[in-house]
Design a protein around this ligand. Structure first.
Ligand SMILES: [Zn+2]
Ligand SMILES: [Zn+2]
Length: 288
């Protein structure tokens, strides 16, 4: 049984269409995991979700259910929801999971995103069956996967997800919008990094925030993001097999992302080990 992972959006903060970002892509975060005979699992609902929706609408047999896991509710992680075409199809089930923010349930936050002042169609006006569930750090199960949600160092309550395929044990970790450096003041435990590394142990593919270039991090400490070198270090510490740099900085054109990737690969070689490092490309997919 294989699991196909596809990147529908890999850019951080704001969509960046245009010729300068054509190779890596300009849509904001959205990643899908698909196993035959199971629901589709979707990680984040950035503008890439719109593209995924169009793809699903063209299939002869669209998935009956979509499980949508949100890391947090910053714009770039939810802005695709109003434009996800399968929401307009009756009979489609969409379950959304995400952490409440400041005591406000995730459903209320998504409703606010679609209030008449800012969007013409309310969340509950869509034809699909939509369930929205609050999520806290910890373990749970969704169709075909054992999932661990871990708290990340990022403004608000932000979750990373470690998904283990039930049956074959292959693991993907999706850790975006995460500050590995010392900056920021986040309500996490003193042994946060050890706990994160423990959760990432045995992971086959780690998709990690690598937004800032090394020269940018000094002025952006506390903004909730990491550099490629920091991502390499945590990947090596946890012994993961492959690292995929993600949440590309919107001001980085394709050549700049190339340089980020090059720097990360060099750093991995210097530190030794056999870590494979890639940068996420919109539209790419692989078998886990
Ligand atoms: Zn983001
Ligand atoms: Zn964010």
């Amino acid at each position: 049984m294989t699991t196909r992972v596809t990147f529908w959006g890999v850019r951080g903060s704001i969509p960046t269409p245009g010729p300068r970002t054509i190779r890596y892509g300009g849509n904001t975060p959205c990643v899908s995991l698909e196993r035959d005979g199971h629901s589709m699992v979707v990680l984040d609902a950035g503008s890439g979700l719109r593209v995924l929706g169009h793809e699903l609408m063209q299939r002869e047999v669209p998935p009956g259910r979509v499980e949508l896991l949100l890391t947090h509710t910053h714009w770039d992680h939810i802005q695709g929801i109003p434009f996800f075409k399968p929401l307009s199809v009756s009979g489609v089930q969409v379950r959304v999971w995400g952490a409440p923010q400041d005591g406000i349930p995730i459903e209320n936050i998504l409703r606010r995103q679609m209030e008449p002042m800012v969007f013409p169609v309310p969340l509950r006006a869509f034809a699909a069956e939509i369930e929205v569930h609050d999520l806290a750090p910890g373990s749970f199960e969704i169709d075909g996967f054992d999932v661990e949600a871990v708290r990340l160092r990022h403004p608000g309550v932000t979750l990373g997800f470690v998904l283990a395929v039930r049956g074959d044990g292959r693991k993907l970790a999706y850790v975006t919008d995460n500050e590995l450096g010392a900056g920021g003041d986040y309500p996490v435990s003193a042994d946060w990094r050890e706990q994160l590394v423990a959760s990432l142990r045995g992971v086959d593919v780690l998709v990690h925030d690598a937004m800032y270039a090394e020269h940018m991090i000094k002025t952006r400490a506390g903004w909730g993001h990491s550099t490629p070198q920091q991502a390499v270090e945590v990947a090596l510490e946890a012994g993961v097999r492959r690292l995929v740099l993600f949440h590309h900085e919107p001001e980085h054109d394709d050549a700049a992302v190339d340089r980020q990737l090059e720097a990360a690969r060099e750093h991995a070689v210097q530190l030794g080990g056999t870590l494979v490092v890639d940068a996420a490309v919109e539209g790419d997919s692989f078998l886990l």
